[in-house]
Structures are given as C-alpha cells and as structure tokens.
Design a protein around this ligand. Structure first.
Ligand code: GLN
Length: 250
C-alpha cells in the first residue's frame, strides 16, 4: 500500500530533529512492504485535503512559529476537512500549539492557530524542560506508556470537553498542573514531546501508520506484522528511567 504523507513546513519546524519521526514511519512501513510517499508542504503551497493520508507538523521556536502561522491559518479549512475525513495527524510542540486556537507570546501578541484542537496556549515566564513519561489509552482498554522529551514555555489549556493525548506520570505536560499531556481529536494527535518521539515509542508509530493506512484504503486500520523492536524497547527504557529519576509531576 502507498501512504501519502504531507510534511508541513519542514524547513521551519524541525527543532530537535523532529523530522526523524518521518524516517521511522517510512522504515516501519517499508519493513512491512508498504511505501511512504512524503511530500513537503511549504508556505504558499496549496494543501489539498484529499491528497494525504497523514499530515505532520514539527516543533519550532516562537520566531519560526510566527513565520508559518498566517500560512497555516490559510490552510486551516483543508486541515479541518482532512481531519474530518479521517486523515491521521501528528503535530509536535510548536505545531501542536498552532493547531489549537492560538498562542499568546511573552510580549502579549496573539498568534492565531487553526482551531482543530480545542485548546489555547499562553507563554509562561519559565520553560518546562525534561524527560517525560506518559500513560496513553488511544484504544479503549489498551494502556500504553510513552516516553519523550519536552521543552516549552507555552502552557496549553485544554477546553473541558477536550481529550488529552495522555496522562503525565513524570514531567510537566500541557501546563505543569492539569496532569494532561497533548490532545487528541479522532486520528489527530498533538503533543509537546519531541526528541524525536517515534523512535522510542514504536507502538505509537504503528498506531499512526495503521490510521493513515485506514484512510488510504477506506477500510479499518490493518493489523501490522510485529517487528523485533529491541533497540526501540531499550531507547524507551532509558528515556523512561530518566523521566522516573526526575520524579513526580512538577
Ligand atoms: N512556542 C513554543 C514554546 O512554548 C515553542 C516550543 C517548541 O516547539 N520547542 O516554547
């Protein structure tokens, strides 16, 4: 099967090598005999809502975010349409903030976002930095641990009815207080965790891949052949241990 990925603003939003997430998706697809067709979508490019099975937005500093934000808002209609039709999405940190209603910077200026995720972000005076351990339940009854790294000044406040991506076991998460991390709307996941995220959380890479494949085929998410994942499990273990040493939520 061919899975088409739209990588938004790869030249601007690629902090901590977030594009490594795409490499993981490509490799895990190829190992199962599927092909990932990755296309860059830049400022001024048309975003066709029907053209992709997965959209990816990486992280960036406030400066890069400000450069892409007006263009992202113009693509907002297509992003909403794509999400409603079951396109999978992964948005990291700066991209996660901009898929919400918007981001208020330290200088008080407001960057409007796309409004796909029901949240708003306000920059705080301190940064929230460190390894994070989450507990996620993307499929009812199937709890999975997820390890990552966060570095953000923004505090993201979910609307009361919003579904978080995960619950914080160790780390700050969305705002350092709620115990929530990220946001989920259907097949779209937004999260602060980068580093990159997918190499040490193979289950999430496969979840995204199967959601994208379901969009491509128009059917149910397929069951993928398992991979050995020994290095991935070791990377997860090391990151989870670092998060654990950091201690409880703070
Ligand atoms: N504006 C973001 C912040 O809260 C950028 C974070 C990021 O993508 N690393 O700091």
């Amino acid at each position: 099967m061919r899975v088409v990925v739209g990588h938004l603003y790869p030249d601007y939003l690629n902090i901590y090598a977030d594009r490594g997430n795409i490499a993981v998706l490509s490799r895990r697809a190829a190992l199962r005999g599927h092909e990932l067709d990755v296309r860059a979508v830049g400022i001024g490019d048309r975003l066709d809502a029907d053209a992709y099975d997965l959209l990816y937005v990486g992280g960036g500093q406030d400066r890069e975010q400000a450069l892409v934000a007006p263009d992202l808002v113009e693509k907002g209609g297509a992003i909403h349409q794509a999400s409603a039709s079951g396109v999978a999405m992964l948005a990291v940190c700066g991209g996660y903030q901009l898929l919400g209603r918007g981001y208020r910077g330290r200088d008080g200026s407001f960057m409007s976002g796309v409004g796909l995720f029901p949240h708003e972000t306000v920059a705080g005076t301190t940064r929230m930095i460190g390894d994070v351990l989450l507990e996620c339940e993307l499929e009812p009854g199937s709890r999975r641990s997820l390890a990552g790294f966060e570095n953000h000044a923004g505090r993201t406040l979910l609307d009361p009815e919003a579904t978080p991506f995960g619950r914080v076991v160790f780390g700050f998460g969305n705002d350092g207080e709620s115990g929530f991390e990220g946001c989920r709307v259907g097949r779209a996941i937004g999260t602060y965790l980068h580093g990159p995220l997918l190499p040490r959380n193979a289950w999430l890479a496969d979840w995204l891949l199967t959601q994208a494949m379901a969009h491509s085929s128009g059917g149910e998410p397929p069951v993928l052949e398992p991979l050995p994942d020994e290095l991935e499990a070791e990377a997860f273990r090391v990151a989870a241990e670092r998060a654990r040493r950091r201690g409880g939520r703070r």
